[in-house]
Design a protein around this ligand. Structure first.
Ligand code: PHE
Length: 342
């Protein structure tokens, strides 16, 4: 019995080695483990007859069995390592995801060209001491027209030109109503710019139903046309370069008297005459004038005590000239190929 048991135990390891050669997966390996080490496994089976041995024989077989068990565990662990590695390798080989490729980072956007120009305009006026104020896009007919001395029969009030919300409210057609709001709320001296969106029923290569204006005005005792000219000159030179030539041309606005338009020498042809300046060599760029006494009276200012200038400029127009863009609609189509160039 003793000899037989020794032989049986000694056969276990070679048998295991033989069997493992055919094992290709970790799950197949688990079956082998159960077969050799489980409760009904090969080793337990052999030891079942341990009781039939003599007291001298028992520890000898027991030691051999223990050594064998340790070996089995070691062999199985080594095999498991090997299988796990090769399984991982085949899994990686099957995947079409190449984790060694460099990743693609998130795209970084930037400010829209109109926002960039707006920021620049604001910065120039702030450096001259102007405050930035904003007003609502939906305005009263009173602030947009009546208080600005625009008579009821003025063509700008036509449905064709203005988006009306109802009988008394509309989408502001210019930023000039911010003059009214600010003067109603504050006392002179005032130096204000008011950037924002304005709306007109107009759409073609140089008109958009929504565009941006920057209103500017200054009110105090003894503000003159010379102040207006000086402020706009500083602005234009900052915006378009120190050699920018300018001219004031008489014009008309119901809310300024006298009124003027400021032209700059055409930035496209340098005054030679081209399509953009309609062969004149000059570009209209700002509407301006001295604030009309009627407007002062409408906001409760005494026109004999105070005087002031006001101006309004189109942001898209300035951006088009600065960046040589010939179609205003490009700003609003949001084609990334266009926007990425700024
Ligand atoms: N509000 C005028 C416009 O939109 C521009 C302007 C503003 C003119 C202030 C004079 C003074 O055309």
């Amino acid at each position: 019995m003793f000899q037989k048991m020794i032989q049986q135990v000694e056969k276990i390891l070679p048998a295991l080695e033989q069997e493992l050669k055919a094992v290709k997966t970790t799950s197949a390996l688990e079956q082998v483990r159960v077969k050799y080490l489980g409760k009904k496994g090969v080793l337990t089976n052999v030891l079942r007859n341990l009781g039939k041995l003599t007291a001298k024989e028992k520890p000898l077989v027991g030691r051999l069995a223990n050594e064998t068990k340790t070996k089995i565990v070691e062999i199985l662990q080594a095999k498991e390592q090997e299988l796990k590695l090769s399984e991982a390798r085949t899994r990686i080989e099957k995947e079409d995801l190449d984790i060694s490729l460099p990743g693609c980072g998130p795209e970084i956007g930037h400010r829209h060209p109109i926002s960039q120009v707006l920021e620049q305009i604001k910065a120039i006026f702030v450096s001259m001491g102007f405050d930035v104020v904003e007003g609502p896009d939906i305005e009263s007919d009173y602030n947009n027209f009546e208080a600005l001395n625009i008579p009821p029969d003025h063509p700008a009030r036509e449905m064709q030109d203005t988006f009306y919300v109802n009988g008394t409210m509309l989408l502001r057609t210019h930023t000039s109503p911010v003059q009214i709001r600010t003067m109603q709320a504050r006392k002179p001296p005032l130096a204000i710019i008011a950037p924002g969106k304005v709306y007109r029923r107009d759409a073609d290569i140089s008109h958009s139903p929504m565009f941006h204006q920057v209103e500017g005005f200054m009110v105090d005792k003894q503000i003159s046309l010379g102040d207006l000219k000086g402020v706009l000159e500083v602005f234009m030179r900052e915006m378009f370069g120190p050699d920018t030539a300018m001219r004031f041309r008489p014009s008309f606005f119901p809310f300024t008297e006298p009124s003027a338009e400021l032209d700059i020498r055409c930035v496209m042809c340098m005054g030679e005459g081209c399509r953009v300046c309609k062969q004149s060599g000059w570009l209209e760029i700002v509407g301006a004038g001295m604030i009309h006494p009627v407007v002062f009276r409408n906001v409760g200012y005494n026109p004999d005590e105070y005087s002031g200038f006001a101006f309004g400029m189109g942001v898209e127009r300035i951006a088009m000239l600065k960046y040589r863009i010939n179609d205003i609609r490009l700003f609003f189509e949001n084609d990334l190929r266009f926007l990425r160039q700024f």
